[in-house]
Design a protein around this ligand. Structure first.
Ligand code: SF4
Length: 359
């Protein structure tokens, strides 16, 4: 393995010198903007994250601007990007930097790593891109490249694997040009050694890439855990009069904390009206009032990293809306668009054609 190791970074940097993949954050030295781009790009494709980065940069050019923004505004700007804990952590950390650190972004790897929402990968990216500190990035792309090229059999999601990959990634780093090297390996994972159908035929590592030479690209990186996704059934009650509708803010420690939704009844399978009527949320909002069930939507399915959400929307007309509690709002329908909702609710709001007729 040692000779493969020796010229890895030279070949990678040679490859990179031929590539042109302009990104607005490339060559950026401002740690705040690098951090912003890295948080936005976590678990997000570049094409999807790019407009969000531009919007955040325009709305909050400095960390103090982000710190001063109301949380609802930040979540609204984040809407559609998913993994909302990232947005909440982003906001929390901006306030921490603005207030506790007097607007000065930390300048060492260890202090960057202490920021909420910043893991080893993001800390290495910020430390190298902003300050050229010698820390190698290690994310899914790097695991995949190293596992394939070196034919690593240790599971990348095991404790031993994480250690082994981290040590190898750090050993391969060209410490004299950390920012360049990290950018190169990230681009290599995005453009050449992609998860599906890597372009091996035009790859500078092809001759001694273990995965390619043994025709076992699909096998790498080896993993131990297979996540089984659970399915959850959400029934949203669109409780409205001709003028107003009820929404509430999600408070519980669960997905989508801080976003808005319609009153929700979660069931273990697709529900009937009779089942919903027995639920305490129904009792709380509808109780014995006169109501009319106007329509029921088709189920909408949203896939998250660990779960599937099957959402059905029940439109219920009441002559009068109940009094609302904390975290609940009565709104004119057209004002719904000022609030940040989970994607599945957005889909519903944008597609009102998918109704089932109620008998
Ligand atoms: S030969 Fe294929 S699998 Fe090996 S490093 Fe290159 S692109 Fe990746």
């Amino acid at each position: 393995m040692s000779s493969k190791k020796d010229n890895f970074s030279t070949r990678l940097l040679d490859w990179h010198s031929q590539q042109h993949r302009p990104m607005p954050w490339k060559g950026e030295r401002n740690p705040y903007l690098i951090w912003l781009s890295e948080i936005i790009l976590q678990q997000t494709r570049v094409e999807q994250g790019l407009p969000y980065y531009e919007r955040f940069k325009a709305a909050y050019p400095k960390v103090e601007d982000l710190a001063a923004a109301p949380e609802d505004e930040v979540l609204k700007l984040w809407e559609g990007l998913g993994y909302y804990s990232r947005a909440r952590n982003l906001h929390f950390t901006a306030k921490y930097i603005a207030r506790e650190l007097e607007g000065e972004f930390p300048t060492t790897y260890d202090n960057i790593l202490k920021l909420k929402g910043v893991g080893a990968y993001t800390a290495a990216a910020i430390a190298s891109f902003a300050y050229d500190l010698p820390y190698a990035v290690l994310d899914g792309n790097v695991y995949r490249i190293l596992a394939r090229y070196f034919g690593i059999e240790t599971a990348s999601d095991s404790t031993a694997g994480k250690k082994e990959f981290a040590a190898l990634a750090q050993a391969l780093l060209d410490v004299s040009q950390a920012a360049k090297y990290n950018q190169a390996i990230m681009d290599f994972g995005a453009l050449q050694c992609t998860p599906k159908s890597p372009t091996c035929t035009a790859c500078p590592f092809q001759e001694d890439c273990t995965a390619f030479q043994t025709k076992s690209i699909e096998k790498y990186p080896v993993k131990t855990k297979k996540l089984k996704k659970r399915t959850r059934y959400f029934n949203y009650l669109l409780l409205n009069t001709t003028e107003q509708i009820i929404i509430e803010k999600r408070q519980q420690k669960d997905i989508w904390k801080g976003l808005y939704q319609f009153p929700l009844i979660e069931t273990s399978a697709l529900a009937t009206v009779a089942q919903l009527q027995l639920d305490e949320v129904w009792q709380q909002y509808v109780g014995n009032s006169n109501y009319q069930l106007i329509r029921q939507s088709k189920p909408f399915k949203q896939t998250l990293s660990h779960q599937y959400i099957i959402a059905t929307f029940w439109e219920i007309q009441l002559s009068q809306l109940p009094s609302v509690q904390d975290n609940t709002l009565l709104l004119a329908r057209q004002d719904l668009y000022n609030y940040a909702f989970p994607k599945v609710i957005d889909w519903y709001l944008k597609d009102n054609s998918l109704y089932l007729n109620l008998i």
